[in-house]
Design a protein. Sequence first.
Length: 147
Amino acid sequence: MEQNKAKELFEKGLQALSSDEPVRALSLFERAFSIEPLPVIKSYLAYCIARERGQVSHAISLCEEAVAVEKDNPLHYLNLGRIYLIKRDKVKAIQIFRSGLKHGIHPEIIEELERLGTRKKPVIPFLKRKNPINKYLGLVLSRLGLR
């Protein structure tokens, strides 16, 4: 009986998240997790905590616990990557998304990676990317629509 209630709350939380109601989703995931602390619920709970409460470090530790229990579940990598995007650590988020794809193809991970895009090659390839000439020349060319 309790397992069914936790599953029902979790499903409602997923619906709330897809309907862009993260506060409601957070509440539902918290209730589901208190009934049955499954790794998948913990993972989504961590994402909602980071998104709504701004407790990114706590959310990262929760999500990493879920990853440690179920290493082959790409959903955990999706949520952990999204938490790193909230933290504004794009490089780490991309690494985590790619790790998640190693454990299984997940359309939302692919969507996130496509949304983030890939970096273009430096304008002057023999100079480092952070070189001011490369940086500002790239900005100027992109604003002019030539890049």
